[in-house]
Design a protein around this ligand. Structure first.
Ligand SMILES: *Cc1c(COP(=O)(O)O)cnc(C)c1O
Length: 397
């Protein structure tokens, strides 16, 4: 069989991306993370693992996802815009790519129970979905606030057989759900922690990044087939950083391709009103990794805000921190109001209702007009069904 898995661009060297990354966890977790790292490296070299992953990505997830020429949006923007349609994946976002990869690792290691955190509920749904498919018990932690904002996804997780546990600590959003899930994980060693974004202690950023590389691999092949050349720019929304690293990974070495990350700018640049971690945060240790984080004046992590629950996280992938430091990717805040506007434009003009998270990437592609930018790809990370209620109340404001 042809080996379709070239050398990875997302696996950390000894756990680090430049000076970022590492593993800052209680001792009890070290042996589990070592075991996971070993299994991961064994699996990705195994032809049977790769062909099984490939099979499920095709038949269950529905890959490859199309690269769609957004003709009407292109006219508005004055440049050719292609959308990588991760919204068309089973369960409606890119999260399933990673959930599928990790459940195969969990199964190889003999686990029968999964635990995960979720913000927008997309990762919770993806995890509950693979748990159902592979016959595993599933516990999902979610902040009380997000449970209110993302009701349809809570119902989906329950239908899929998962137990959804609400946490009311802190702001009762994503980072609090991570804390609660980590605590549960430490007390329940029979569980496999299925982490949803490119964050957390080594080896998770490598694992999540690796399983999302399929987005970039496909997009690069597709744009070369359709246009016969590479894009001038690639745009993606950045929450924890997984969909962005997924699409960027294929272009990191192509220095003529500009890469832009749209962060959740929230209501303003003020503390507690923003989720623009790379634009406004500082390097610190947070939830197991050394990366950028939103902090107060004493350097303590503070809460984030974004209208998009999937971007509402004060931390960020250590690989993105590195890509910022070496100036390979440009990160810009996109404010809630700009994202709402892009959400409406894409819905009305292209007939595609995007996730509010993805609308941040669309907004940035419409806003930035570098002179030589003629051909761009925007990663449409998910669909917007989950945001309908949110948007409807917004319009009534
Ligand atoms: C979770 C989510 C995001 C943000 O997470 P990343 O890890 O940064 O990709 C973006 N878009 C959608 C649709 C999501 O569900």
């Amino acid at each position: 069989m042809e080996n379709s898995y070239p050398i990875s661009n997302t696996i950390a060297t000894n756990g680090y991306y430049g000076s970022f990354g590492g593993r800052f966890v209680p001792d009890v977790l070290n042996s589990k993370l070592d075991e996971l790292n070993e299994e991961f490296h064994k699996a990705i070299k195994s032809e049977s693992f790769q062909s099984e992953l490939d099979y499920h990505l095709r038949t269950f997830v529905g890959r490859p996802s199309p690269l769609y020429y957004a003709e009407n949006l292109s006219k508005i923007a004055g440049k050719e815009i292609f959308l990588k349609r991760e919204d068309l994946n089973h369960t409606g976002a890119h999260k399933i790519n990673n959930a599928l990869g990790q459940v195969l690792l969990a199964r190889s290691l003999g686990y029968k129970e999964l635990v995960a955190e979720t913000g927008a509920g997309q990762h919770g749904v993806a995890t509950a979905t693979v748990a159902a498919k592979f016959g595993m018990k599933c516990t999902i932690f979610m902040g009380e606030e997000d449970i209110k904002r993302q009701r349809p996804n809570v119902e989906r997780m329950k239908l899929l057989g998962a137990e959804v546990r609400s946490t009311s600590r802190g702001e009762a959003t994503l980072s609090d759900a991570v804390d609660a899930a980590l605590e549960f994980y430490i007390n329940n060693p029979q569980c496999f922690y299925l982490l949803g974004s490119q964050v957390g202690p080594d080896p998770y950023p490598s694992i999540v990044g690796y399983f999302q590389e399929v987005i970039g691999r496909e997009a690069k092949k597709q744009i070369l087939e359709i246009k016969g050349k590479l894009p001038d720019s690639v745009y993606a929304a950045v929450g924890g950083g997984s969909n962005a690293i997924g699409i960027f990974s294929a272009f990191l070495q192509e220095h003529e391709v500009a890469l832009y990350g749209a962060e959740g700018g929230g209501k303003s640049d003020k503390p507690h009103e923003t989720a623009a971690t790379l634009s406004l945060g500082k390097p610190t240790v947070f939830q197991g990794t050394y990366s950028f984080c939103l902090t107060d004046d004493n350097g303590n992590p503070i809460s984030a805000w974004s209208a998009a629950a999937g971007l509402d996280y004060p931390g960020i992938s250590p690989q993105h921190a590195h890509l910022k430091e070496i100036n390979r990717v440009t990160y810009c805040p996109v404010y809630d109001a700009e994202a709402y506007e892009a959400f409406i434009i894409l819905s009305r003009r292209e007939g595609i209702i995007p996730a509010l998270e993805s609308a941040h990437a669309i907004a940035l592609a419409l806003k930035l007009q570098p002179e030589d930018e003629k051909l761009v790809i925007v990663n449409l990370s998910g669909r917007g069904d989950k945001d309908l209620f949110n948007i409807a109340t917004k319009k009534d404001d």
